[in-house]
Ligand binder design. Structure first.
Ligand code: FE2
Length: 279
């Protein structure tokens, strides 16, 4: 069984700044320490977009230094807050496809994990100021090629992407999800080998099934989305505990865990219930 760690939406900011009263650097550092302590045997860590809140070089340098502490190989994809050029400058070894998008294939013994770049071609954000995502024709072609290859090899496929390709129940975030989600799902329907989709963007723990494909949205390693379903403001943020995601990938399927590392602390794991009762 393979383990993959998911760091969603770290939203790094310059030193001394805060978001919703919290320091994203301190939280990410605690998450990295927790992973290094308890999951150093994971195959990969995937940073699922929104690496820098303002897309600025200083924040990218800051998060690159933190991620350098991980004992795992790290893969990154961009989110709507990122500037692709600045991100690539700070991570010169990051994998890119032939068109310069931050997309790659991670081969695991049990499945093939496809990382997709859903950042709109305009660096930073949509021309009208919105933060929705899009898979342009070049990226859709890349995806179709990978799906066709995987189908021919009878390899199960998992997908990780920043923007959810369908609604997740929050009015504010649903308006800025992947714009061409229906086309994306129509493509996947032609290659019924995709087992699970991992997303960020919403800053909440959400799971379910859409068009017969299971999905999990993971919380941010920084600030979270409040449980308000009908507000149109996509900048709502609250200081709720941070988490990272952990996928256990086996020959029969995927198990998705959300680890609230701030609540747990790095020393919590060996404690046992004093009553002796099972959970
Ligand atoms: Fe985000």
């Amino acid at each position: 069984m393979s383990k993959v760690i998911i760091f969603a939406d770290p939203h790094m900011i310059p030193e001394g700044a805060t978001i919703a009263g919290i320091d994203p650097a301190a939280r990410l550092a605690a998450g990295i320490a927790h992973v290094n302590t308890w999951h150093g045997d994971a195959a990969w860590a995937v940073v699922l977009g929104d690496l820098a809140h303002g897309g600025d070089p200083a924040s990218y340098q800051r998060i690159a230094a933190l991620l350098g502490e991980l004992v795992l190989p790290v893969a990154i994809i961009p989110g709507n807050h990122d500037d692709r050029a600045a991100l690539r400058a700070a991570f010169p070894d990051a994998a890119v496809d032939a068109d310069g998008f931050l997309q790659q294939v991670i081969e695991l013994p049990e499945a093939r994990l496809l990382l997709l770049d859903t950042l709109h071609p305009t660096p930073g954000q949509m021309p009208d100021g919105r933060h929705s995502g899009r898979l342009c024709p070049a990226r859709m072609a890349w995806l179709e090629q990978r799906l066709a290859e995987s189908a021919a090899e009878d390899r199960p496929v998992l997908i990780a992407m920043h923007h959810p390709p369908h609604a997740t129940g929050f009015a504010n975030m649903d308006t800025i999800r992947l714009e061409n989600g229906p086309s994306f799902h129509a493509l996947l329907a032609r290659y019924p080998i995709v087992r699970h989709i991992t997303c960020g963007h919403v800053h909440r723990s959400i799971s379910g099934i859409h068009r017969d494909i299971a999905f999990t949205v993971f919380k941010s390693t920084a600030h979270q989305q409040p449980a308000i379903f009908d507000d149109e403001d996509s900048s709502l943020s609250v200081d709720e505990p941070a988490a990272y995601g952990l996928l256990q990938i086996g020959p029969q399927g995927v198990i998705a865990h959300s680890e609230d590392f701030e609540l747990a602390g790095v020393d919590r794991s060996r404690r046992r219930a004093t009553t002796g009762d099972a959970l």
